[in-house]
Design a protein around this ligand. Sequence first.
Ligand code: PMP
Length: 443
Amino acid sequence: MSEQERYVERTPASAAAYERASRLIPGGVGSAIQFFTPHPLYIGDSRGSRVWDLDGNEYIDYLLCYAAMVAGHANPYVVEAIKAQADHGTLFGMPTALAADLAEEIMRRYPAIEMIRFTQSGVEATQTAIRLARAATGRRHIVKIEGSYHGGTDHLLVSIGGAPPEAMGPPDAPTSTADSAGLLPASTEYTIVAPFNDLDAMRAAFDRCDGDVAGVIVEPAMTNGGVIPPRPGYLEGLRQLTRDRNAVLIFDEVKVGCRIAPGGACQRFGVTPDLVTLAKAIGGGVPVGAFGGRRDLMEEISPLGPAIHFGTYNANPLGMAAGLACLTKVMTDETYERMEALATRLAEGQRKIIADLGIPACVTQVATLGGILFTPTEPTNFREASRCDVSKWWDYWFGMLNRGVIPMGSAWFEEWSISAAHTEADIDRTLEVTEEVLRAIYA
Ligand code: PMP
């Protein structure tokens, strides 16, 4: 029996939930990334490092809602904060004092953030950050990195990795491909693409736009392709180039923010951008996003300036309370250190298994995030990562699920993450299972 057939046998309740939901909801899922064939896994319960599917199967979870659940599932501090706030109301359409509390905690971690606005999601943060860059500079083009995902907004759904290799263009000057139907030509016209970790290509992208680059948006450690660390000097070079060309440097820290260090990539890599976008960890598992940075740029935002930023649910009290509990009560310096040690234990364990078995795979790690790719050499950009063996990845995915581990996000280019609730025993069990699965795949 194949691993996929075993998966079907173990998950009849998910199959039934899918059968019902898919008649009502496209793909039976709220976001396409959650979909996979033969049917997605439907979750019924969670606690700490574990989730249970509708059949009651238990999993050690390294998906963690795409790294958002940094405190672990149903963390008692976060649950208590949500309950306490719910007793007093969840939305008012008038501000509460909670947003300034969370703002102060984030600014304590991020000296680069002099003012901040909260959103409900990462995509609203990145979308508004690029609007702000255009408003502040009066320029049109945004440069993004090939293969990077910044949320489903039209101007950033460009070259996210969906195009066939023959449509991707030269590696050092990638073609801007529209990766969704329904985009206007302006989306690809004004979004220029450069490969990660290549300053010459970035300089050339600026030159092609002839002084009309409003800003560069980059994930300082790129998370589409496992997790790809920045080369030494790359972020510093981007900082210098954007400063020289008067363009706004935006660090998209939606996934890495308050996760790879208390002050995210800014702290970890010691580079100060003009704007930072955040989400995931700062909401403690409740939908919260944010963008913030230089005061003069943030003063472009309404009501101080002409760039609009609205949202019924912005700075919603549940999210503010959950985020504050997560950051102040759970995510202490000691927690970050412990999580990173666990991530290193996992990455080193995975590397050892791969080396012992002599299989063509590699592992990357940046602090509490990591990736396993079925390609022999560690990638430095998306194209290199995309040369991996995707069919082996599917065998790995179902093999791990069948043995009680959700090993990473549900696609080859995703990554694994560690939460504050993971333990050494979780990691050691995961490594046992990994060895069993990889041995079977390459037998
Ligand atoms: N930026 C990055 C780097 C992301 O990883 C994501 C989502 N995974 C987003 C932006 C979009 O965030 P959201 O899904 O909250 O809109």
